[in-house]
Ligand binder design. Sequence first.
Ligand code: AMP
Ligand code: MG
Length: 311
Amino acid sequence: MTYQSISKPKHRQFGKDEQLVDIYRIQSQALLAAHEFLDKEKIVQMMPIMLSPITDPLNHEVYEASIEYLGQRLQLTKSMILHKQIAIAKLDVRGIYIISPNVRLEKGIKTDRHLLEFSQLDIEVRDITGDTFRELMESLMIHIFSCVKRHCSRECEKIGVEIHTPDRPFNVYSSKKLRKQYGRDFEAIISRKESNLFWITDFDREFYDREDPNNRGSYKNYDLYYPEGYGEALSGGERDFEYPVLLRKILERGQDPNDFAPYLELAKAEQLRPSAGGGMGIERLVRFLTKRNHIRETTLFPRVPEEPISL
Ligand code: AMP
Ligand code: MG
């Protein structure tokens, strides 16, 4: 059998995979728009790393994902937050971004928006406030949505979606107020109610998100959400960077400072800098743009929690 006869099947297959090509074209356009926007903002791209003795502790428990090499225990990257903070301190740049594969072996999470392996557009900018970073992300989202709308009209028509460019201002809610109003499911409830992208601020979570020094228990962090029930799009915050603060917060969370030793050494040597940033899930962005029921429909090789991986 010649190569040509393999590559030209008699019967063309129609169905899901054909839609996936349109979805990937939309994803390509979204990423192209993001690169273009960040380049104009003088935010420089770095390549991801997948192996490190330190990684994001996350705010929820996952199965351990690590390997041993030459007697050293190396974790698969859960996010690049700690490396972003180090990079922003060591490099003479306004900001950095990474398209970063993350492995999170989720425990008992079965939703329409979680994968075991996904990618983040992970951004960090030095010496800015969280409010300024949020403004930057609003402009980024508007740019991405309008580029996809402009350049992917054929693909959108084929898969039956219409892109609405988000409107400014994005609503901003405090997580504490929403929790009082709607209870523990507040994120899902408000996401179903809203019709535009919106923010929720002030979550009590990982040690690196900045706690208001004048108001302990209040955090200078934020999540961006999609409307229509699609849920969380991006998590981020201003960062704590001073050694005593980081150490206290690690201990308060019952974590082991040894797990972050090389990062804490830099903090102790006063080599970390103030910054703010955030990470946006790329598959979730594509899911929202293409209005898929499940995040698995955005990728040819989905790694879905609680399901065996076939390929
Ligand atoms: P996090 O810092 O954990 O909130 O992750 C940053 C962003 O990555 C989130 O806002 C989501 O858009 C995306 N994300 C996080 N976990 C997953 C997952 N398990 N599957 C797909 N996307 C995810
Ligand atoms: Mg999050």
